[in-house]
Design a protein around this ligand. Structure first.
Ligand code: DC
Length: 238
């Protein structure tokens, strides 16, 4: 056994699900950094497929070209590559950095339709499981604790009040020079919640064994103190 490296700390799989605009990615990123784990934003994967479909004109006024999408599905390669200059992972579509483009309003407007295609979900879940095979991963999304990693070591379900989420989104957009009426943002958030919770496949729901994190009145620092206690307890129990 001489020379074999023994890792005393069990590598964990941490699944973070929850409503849109409640700070899932910010929190998940901070947790991954703290543990030196990989962070995967599963929403970015659905956004990347959407961008691909837009470029290939599979999304049009007449609806979706499902046949075209399914034919090309296996030619969509998604990678997350760490950029040391900004200390963050960035999303790549077939070797092209698309991190900014997938956050556009146009992609945001189409992504929920693309993420409802069963074959797209099956493919994304397959990729997500491949990425998570060695554990040491924090993944955020809508179905991570319920479908992707039902055996995750720690499952968090994030929520925050609609007003607070709308306020945060409003301030974030304002910071980017985009002024949108607060009530309109609120209506969009409510509509997205309803869509996420009521879609037929993999609707957003809390896994029975997920711990709820309502961060309405918590800073990211406070959320980190909270999760560190959960991680420590998990490690001591196992
Ligand atoms: O978290 P986000 O807004 O970037 O997600 C983009 C879209 O993808 C959103 O419509 C929900 C969907 N999504 C999903 O269906 N399953 C996931 N695991 C993650 C995101």
């Amino acid at each position: 056994m001489g020379g074999e490296r023994v890792n005393m700390e069990k590598r964990l799989t941490i699944a973070i699900d929850g409503y849109s605009s409640c700070g899932k990615s910010t929190f998940a990123k901070a947790v991954a950094k703290e543990l030196n784990y990989i962070f995967i934003d599963s929403g970015a994967m659905y956004r990347t497929v959407t961008l691909f479909c837009m470029r290939e004109k599979f999304i049009g006024n007449a609806g979706l070209d499902i046949h075209g999408i399914l034919k090309e599905l296996n030619n969509i390669n998604i990678d997350f590559i760490f950029n040391p200059d900004i200390n963050e992972y960035e999303t790549f579509l077939n070797s092209e950095n698309v991190e900014n483009e997938i956050r556009s309003m146009e992609v945001t407007a189409h992504v929920s339709r693309i993420s409802q295609i069963p074959e797209v979900r099956t493919r994304m879940v397959e990729l997500q499981r491949q990425i998570g095979i060695y554990k040491g991963i924090v993944m955020d999304g809508r179905d991570i604790g319920t479908v992707v990693f039902p055996d995750a070591d720690i499952k968090i379900f994030m929520t925050a009040s609609v007003d607070i989420r709308a306020r945060r989104r409003h301030d974030e957009l304002k910071g980017r020079g985009i002024i949108i009426d607060f009530e309109e943002i609120k209506r969009t958030i409510i509509a997205r919640d309803i869509a996420d919770e009521n879609r037929d496949i993999s609707p957003l729901r809390r896994a029975d064994d997920a711990i709820i994190l309502d961060n309405s009145r918590m800073t990211v620092g406070e959320q980190m103190v909270w999760i560190k206690q959960i991680i420590e307890k998990k490690r001591n129990d196992s």
